[in-house]
Design a protein around this ligand. Structure first.
Ligand code: UD1
Length: 420
């Protein structure tokens, strides 16, 4: 297992390119199961989670072909199994995204029930009840969700009790091939849901309202192939901007989308960053100044994303003043706080809020990554430490950040990967 060694104290400076969005690429790969035609997916990020999804398709008998530009062509005509085994689901919860497509296209699916994880219990009850209301018979047995339907799923009026991103995506994919109209109320409005909807529309689906809280899908008898380019990753974008702000640096990120980062850019400006944007780039300049603390509250899009909470906690840790950060999406997403306190941060947890008293600088220490975004926050903490930090268990970071040490090196950071 590798670890990252970071020598802090360098202001990030330079330009990097942002990869395709992990959280769009995963449902779009799953959507390829909705047709027996070939689907070509471009701008896939080079990530461990993407490899896991390709492996999952592979164990169903589908053989994705990856070209040198990392575009992938998928033809699910060779499918011979409708099961997502526990070995893959336990490494990537987003495997649940094959449930809707398999059920809609093949009338059967078995997906291992994802367990809890480092950020909370994360049930999938809303995926199951929505598919049941569309006529599926579902039982949970031997740790698996076993779903079947006689003939086509039926359009249904669904109210989601909670805003769920993959839940909305699963139901939207299933509804594309259902008989009649499905209405999803209290749907997730995340840009990745919109990206998936746009890909499904390219495949012949009839969808309206994506990006609002009511998505309407009129089922069609079949979908066809298409070629689709995944949107840029807003969480990767935000992470590099926060790292630049924390280190008092100046960076330009290109091949990204400023229009889907309003909540994050507003907080960076409050922290003292000078921000300029173009159609597909963002430039952040701290003019060498120490950031100011910000207070924020996570919530579904368009509010501040939970996937950027840990990184802002790292920024606040060395900012001027006191900031409070409230997590409303996941029940236990503060594992990074204890590690940051071991690095000299002054953070206390009160219920679902952390109160951060900024200190001038952190102190390097060996720390352990507990989940994907927590890992990113510990790297940021390492970049603002006065000596050496080692971040262990970085397999988490490879799930969601493409070439993170190369990109940070390009920005001047002293970071290297070593076997632990
Ligand atoms: C997705 C993202 C993840 C992000 C999260 C919230 C992907 C692959 N992952 O995860 O990066 O952090 O959205 O923006 O896109 N819930 C239930 N029952 C359900 C479903 C969800 O109670 O059936 C709860 C969850 O426990 C959580 C909340 O709803 O508290 C939101 O979770 P959800 O939006 O479903 O997260 P994911 O789709 O798993």
């Amino acid at each position: 297992m590798d670890k990252l060694i970071i020598k802090g104290g360098v202001s990030l400076n330079g330009e990097i390119r942002i990869a395709g969005a992990k959280n769009s690429a995963l449902p779009i790969l799953a959507a390829s199961l909705l047709t027996r035609d070939t689907v070509q997916i471009r701008n896939l990020p080079h990530l461990y989670d993407i490899t896991t999804m390709l492996e999952l398709l592979g164990c169903m008998g589908v053989e994705p072909i990856v070209d040198e530009k990392l575009s992938v062509e998928i033809n699910s005509g060779t499918i011979n199994s409708f099961s997502a085994p526990y070995e893959l689901v336990k490494t990537m919860r987003a495997s649940i995204l094959v449930l809707g497509p398999l059920l809609a296209c093949y009338g059967q699916a078995e997906v291992a029930l994802p367990g809890g994880c480092a950020i909370g219990s994360r049930p999938v009850n809303l995926h199951i009840s929505a598919l049941e209301s569309m006529g599926a018979s579902i039982r949970v047995e031997d740790g698996y969700i076993k779903a079947t339907v006689d003939g086509r799923l039926k359009g249904s009026h669904i109210f989601m009790d909670l805003v769920t991103v993959t839940g909305t995506e699963n139901v939207m994919m299933a509804a594309t091939l259902a008989d009649g109209r499905t209405v999803i109320e209290n749907a997730a409005r995340e840009p990745e849901v919109v990206d998936l909807a746009n890909c499904l529309i390219e495949m012949g689906a009839r969808i309206e309202g994506q990006g609002t809280d009511t998505v309407i899908i009129d089922g069609v008898p079949e979908l066809h192939g298409c070629s689709y380019s995944v949107m840029p990753d807003r969480i990767e974008t935000g992470t590099y901007l926060i790292a630049a702000a924390a280190t008092r640096g100046r960076v330009r990120v290109k091949d990204t989308r400023p229009d889907i980062l309003d909540a994050v850019l507003a907080k960076l400006e409050q922290a003292g960053a000078d921000i300029k944007v173009g159609k597909d780039w963002i430039e952040l300049d701290m003019h060498g100044r120490r950031p100011r603390s910000v207070s924020l509250r996570t919530a579904p899009y368009p509010a501040f994303p939970t996937d950027m909470q840990a990184q802002f906690t790292a920024l606040n840790a060395i900012a001027e003043g006191t900031g409070s950060i409230t997590e409303t999406v996941f029940e236990n997403r503060f594992m990074h706080v204890h590690e940051m306190n071991r690095m000299g941060a002054a953070i206390r947890v009160e219920g679902n809020t952390v109160i951060v008293d900024g200190v001038e600088m952190l102190k390097g220490a060996p720390v352990m990554a507990t989940d994907l975004r927590a890992s990113a926050s510990l790297i940021i903490a390492g970049l603002v430490s006065d000596n050496e930090t080692s971040v262990d268990r970085i397999y988490h970071i490879d799930r969601g950040y493409e070439c993170i040490e190369e990109k940070l090196q390009l920005l001047g950071a002293k970071i290297r990967r070593v076997p632990s």
